[in-house]
Design a protein around this ligand. Structure first.
Ligand code: ADP
Ligand code: MG
Length: 376
């Protein structure tokens, strides 16, 4: 019989036990000239607290472990967990945090020797690192092979919400997609075509679609080798809403607005006000909205308006709203709208992959744990 996902309750009595919690503490950091690193957003640390508290309240000793950045398998001060450890000590005193998992090449290589090191002296394992659950890394798939294991509260909620979107979305289901790279997200768009009733596409991504329609896009982001795939999606039966106006800088470097045919040298950095209003209407009429990827280079105030309008529409609609992706979540927070959506996913790639495939290596590993419940 198939096994279900083990939850914290499936761990049994944790009093006096040493529990390894795989968290996603891959927080954004700012480095000062003297090398001092400051956490610019501690959302991911705070998000792990319900699971940590659940365990400590029941008498467990909690050891957390996470990756931070891409140190490429060797010890590197610039990626040490020190700033995270300091913040964690304020939020959850007494909870340990191991050094950056990716300092060891065995983490990304899923080396059994590194898994053995991780589980040494540990009685149980909890995975609460949704943002890393799509990676078959040692700390994600290794411990559940031998230890009683569980999905933490954060991971549990992600699976419920994103799984729910796959199973029974309120219709119409609209996917709002943006961000920089089409190639990263093309697989998801294809998979979502089976699930959603309409796409809304902005951000750097829209230019490959506009090019696929034969429009000149100037020097905007455009992935030439993806044009054919975009053309095929445009021929599909799910409507794809594209921008009708574009904002950016012209060949002389001046702020400019255009329709959807861009002159030579033009760089599109945001959807225009007409597009933003049209997108907002589609979002207002939706039953479910999944949003991933900003509509423009919102980090620059001149090009934040499109993302702001769409974020406001996502906050205002009566639809069930889910936002995935680090930059999209950051945009929402910047506009102080993060409390006005139903679910902000802590994983970008992981949320897309779970929507696309319905499963992740980290979830599969947990279902294989010795204490996983019979599904029934
Ligand atoms: P998320 O993290 O939400 O998944 P992505 O990482 O895919 O989003 O994309 C976010 C990035 O895309 C932002 O840094 C933003 O500046 C950039 N971006 C959006 N639109 C454009 C554009 N038209 N040209 C260049 N970059 C863009
Ligand atoms: Mg991003």
């Amino acid at each position: 019989m198939a096994k279900g996902l083990p939850l914290l309750e499936d761990l049994g009595d944790v009093a006096g036990k040493r529990v390894l919690v795989r968290t996603d503490f891959n927080v954004p950091l700012e480095t000062a000239d003297d090398g001092t690193r400051t956490i610019t957003d501690d959302f991911r640390i705070r998000a792990a607290l319900p699971t940590i508290t659940w365990l400590t309240e029941r008498g467990a000793t909690v050891v957390t472990a996470s990756h931070l950045g891409r140190p490429k398998g060797k010890s590197d001060e610039r990626y040490s967990m020190d700033p995270v450890r300091a913040r964690l000590a304020e939020l959850a005193p007494g909870v340990e945090l191991l050094e950056n998992l990716r300092f060891d090449p065995g983490e990304e290589a899923n080396d059994p020797a590194f898994v053995a090191e991780l589980v040494e002296g540990v009685d149980a394992y909890v995975d609460d690192a949704f943002g890393a659950a799509h990676r078959a890394h040692a700390s994600i798939v290794g411990p559940p092979r031998t230890l009683p294991s569980a999905a933490g509260r954060l991971l549990q909620r992600e699976v419920e919400v994103l799984g729910g979107l796959r199973a029974k979305p309120r219709r119409p289901f609209v996917a709002v997609l943006g961000g920089a790279k089409v190639s990263d997200k093309l697989g998801v768009i294809a998979a979502l075509s089976q699930l959603v009733d309409a796409f809304v596409i902005g951000g750097g991504m829209c230019f490959t679609f506009l090019a696929a329609k034969g429009n000149p896009v100037g020097d905007s982001l455009c992935e030439r080798d993806q044009i054919d795939s975009c053309a095929e999606l445009l021929r599909g039966k799910v409507p794809i809403h594209l921008p009708e106006d574009i904002v950016g800088v012209d060949a002389a470097g001046n702020y400019a607005t255009w329709g959807t045919r861009l002159p030579d040298g033009a760089k599109g950095f945001d959807i225009g006000p007409g597009s933003a209003a049209a997108f907002a209407d589609v979002i207002a009429d939706a039953g479910t909205v999944f949003w991933n990827g900003p509509m423009g280079m919102f980090e620059d105030d001149r090009f934040a308006a499109g993302t702001r309008t769409v974020a406001q529409a996502v906050a205002d609609t009566k639809a069930f709203t889910v936002v995935g992706g680090g930059d999209s979540a950051a945009a929402l927070a910047q506009f102080r709208l993060d409390d006005d959506v139903d679910h902000v996913s802590t994983g970008g790639g992981a949320s897309l992959e779970l929507l696309e495939l319905g499963d992740l290596p980290g979830l599969e590993a947990l279902r294989g744990a010795p204490n996983a419940p019979e599904e029934g």
